[in-house]
Design a protein around this ligand. Sequence first.
Ligand code: FES
Length: 507
Amino acid sequence: MDGAPRVACVTPARRVAGREVTTLEGLDDAVRTRWAEALVTTGGSQCGFCTPGIVMRLAAAVEAGSAEADASSSPGAASRLDETVDKALLAHLCRCTGWQTITEAARLVAGATPAPGSISTSGSRDLSAAARRAEIEGGVPQSVGLDVVLGQELFADDRAPAGGLVAVPDGRGGYGVGATLAEARTQAGKVQGRSTTIAPGHPVPVPEGEWDLTLATTWLEPAYLEPDSSWCEPGGLPASPFGNGGAFGGKASSPVADEARRLADEHGQPVRVLWSREDVVRYGPKRPPIAAGVRGDGTGLLRVGMPRGAVDTVAWAEMVSLVAAVAPGLVVEQATVLGPPVSLDLRAAVWAEAAVLVAVLPYMLDTSRQDGVVDVPVEVMSPGGSRAVARIAADGSLAVEVDAGDPLDDVVLRSYVIGACHQALGWVRSEGVAVDDRGEVQDLTVRSFGILQARGMPDVDVTLAGELMRPPVNGSDAVIAAVAAARWLADGLPRYWPTDRASAGRG
Ligand code: FES
């Protein structure tokens, strides 16, 4: 706005009156192309929802600033550039990439020496193979290429027909419906974003028993960036709420498509159902909290916190079989808790927790729990057949080796691996959702969840060990479990996650 970056999602329209606004489309062609190519080269964009905003921010910080001129010419300039980028990214959230590949793209644009491993050395890329890898990791069909980076990959509401009605949740189980979003919001009595001073709790008590290892976690917000939306014509089929990303499984049971169809039929007009960020946080499913106790022989009990009456028996049975594949000695049972909806479809839900427990057990039996154990390889095999080994050094840097079969595209797989590292570290150390004693989510802003910012991420060194001859399988879910286990081990196996939410998440 007037040449300075502004976060569009929290800038009221009245503040824009009379000002000059430049969006990605208005950026100089050469600058836009340079950023788009760099982000595709490093894998700095996955779903792409955050990317146009990030490009605008970084273009202002890197292109116009002195960092570019410095970057290639003086010692220490690359780390100054990284600092510039980390600072510029404070106003943004990328839930997919784990930031590192974005920083690497900025280095490319600025002409700085690329970090080792940050760009493919395997020659020209096959973007359809890259898209296949993205689909395997993201769980829904995904594109890879300049269109994604430039915001031209359409999400559900981008395809909605003009006209028709808009519907938003009213907080009482129904929808406010109006001719415009403003009218629908007025009908619904909209709740604005808020943060609370209530700390995230651990609602599932650790089971009674003689355990060698225990763990309790809290609810986790999937925090995918594109809020749920759908639209439908009367008598038609509703649009899928998935865009170019799988929402980490968070939209697998989203009601928006059914609601769009119902409301379109009821009103006899096309209806767009739009959830805001606050709606997603209040009504969308969380990763369920767990509590577990494990004995040295791997037997034990793992309880999963679910709201009363919420069990999808098919999803539950599938989850139990996945847990049995990674931790055959664990019994899984449900614990009823007062809280938000949860989903067993969220990435690696529960089996990753079980895999974490099993992976650290041998080290825990040998070593003092107080000091933490660093620089040891922690291995997880996923039920789907991938293998991840994570190693955390004393300075917090992270080395990850992953075998996910044929990588298909090194850049995309590496990007998903780093994204999984980011989610794992936040999960263990900083993330949580504050829930009040009536079971209602109180933190409604993205910033409140304790998601690690770019400057809170350690360096991640990725080795792709997959063989071309083996069919490709999802690798990032095994990485989540392996990195979480390594981080928990290095932290001395505290009984509860999160452990330092305030400092790590908001740093
Ligand atoms: S690529 Fe950044 S949120 Fe998906």
